[in-house]
Design a protein around this ligand. Structure first.
Ligand SMILES: Cc1ncc(COP(=O)(O)O)c(C=O)c1O
Length: 303
């Protein structure tokens, strides 16, 4: 395809024109917040579905509020910016969308606006390979220092250090402990493990993002598999004796973990519950489960 189009403050512009100034607050201090959203192509229905669009928009509002960014964005504009970008690029395949709100002003660190809105959407498939991971020596930023609950771009320097350390050590990815020494999440994904047949995930007070996929899987486990997810603190050593583990997120979807710190999990990955929940998730996001159609926004309006 030729150059793709991005949404930039009310206009759809070619990729090369979607730029901001090097002296903007977003560049100087990382004053930007974002969403990572998936859209899935259904061959059968000839439709592209955005997954949980309104939930992503609402979280972006939370991020803007928490980072004290001034804006006049409406829910309509947020939704429209994503849908228009997808339509303009005429995507008929799985796509990952990044929606960013940034402080464009050349001011000091306290600048709160003006805030711009940009959307980029590009085709993306996950590899799905089971990962060998390590426990990071970097500690997850605590809610008392930076807000991991929301998607502030600056938060990601914490995860970046952890991911690079893992790569340097020969691992695929990593999970971080929080300042209390409990399991939190990966640099870019929520974390689940299975112990004694119980799917388990750290609570929202464990210095984790309020992940939309995490919430989705908790509901799907309950309604489709008759399993209540335990949302509780998880110790480091539980990672080594778990039967199964997986990451989840808009970007990572459901990605199985094979080993932690070179110790293989109890079940060869992907284990049975990981496979089951991944299968349910992918059917839901592609519009194959009528009871969850409310989670999907059709892009072309054919469905
Ligand atoms: C740090 C972090 N945790 C968890 C997630 C998963 O969140 P969600 O399911 O809302 O995409 C992401 C990615 O989006 C993330 O960046």
């Amino acid at each position: 395809m030729s150059e793709r189009y991005l949404y930039m403050n009310g206009r759809l512009v070619p990729y090369s024109e979607a730029t901001i100034h090097v002296q903007s607050n977003a560049v100087k201090y990382g004053t930007s917040v974002f969403e990572g959203v998936r859209a899935y192509w259904s061959e059968r229905q000839q439709e592209l579905y955005v997954f949980r669009l309104d939930e992503h928009c609402r979280r972006l509002f939370d991020s803007l509020k928490l980072m004290r960014m001034d804006h006049e964005l409406t829910l309509d504009e947020m939704r429209h910016s994503i849908l228009e970008t997808l339509r303009k690029n005429e995507y008929r395949e799985d796509v990952h969308v990044r929606q960013t709100a940034y402080v464009a002003a050349d001011g000091n660190v306290e600048a709160t606006g003006p805030t711009g809105l940009a959307v980029d959407a590009r085709p993306r498939k996950m590899a799905g390979k089971a990962l060998d991971i390590c426990v990071s020596s970097w500690v997850r930023i605590p809610d008392t220092a930076m807000p991991p609950r929301i998607k502030c771009s600056a938060n990601y320097q914490n995860g970046r250090l952890a991911a690079l350390e893992a790569k340097a050590g020969g691992y695929d990815y990593t999970v971080l402990l929080n300042t209390r020494g409990k399991v939190s999440e990966a640099p870019g994904a929520a974390f689940f493990l299975v112990r004694g047949g119980v799917p388990t995930t750290p609570p929202l007070t464990a210095d984790v993002l309020e992940s939309i996929t995490r919430t989705t899987l908790v509901q799907l486990f309950r309604e489709q598999h008759g399993l209540t997810v335990a949302e509780r603190d998880v110790d480091r050593t539980e990672l080594y004796v778990a039967e199964e583990a997986f990451f989840c997120g808009s970007g990572w979807e459901v990605t199985p973990v094979a080993s932690v710190d070179r110790l293989p999990l109890g079940q060869p990955a992907p284990g049975p519950l990981t496979r089951a929940i991944a299968d349910t998730y992918f059917r839901a996001v592609r519009g194959e489960m009528p009871e969850y159609r409310g989670w999907l926004t059709p892009v072309y309006g054919r469905a």
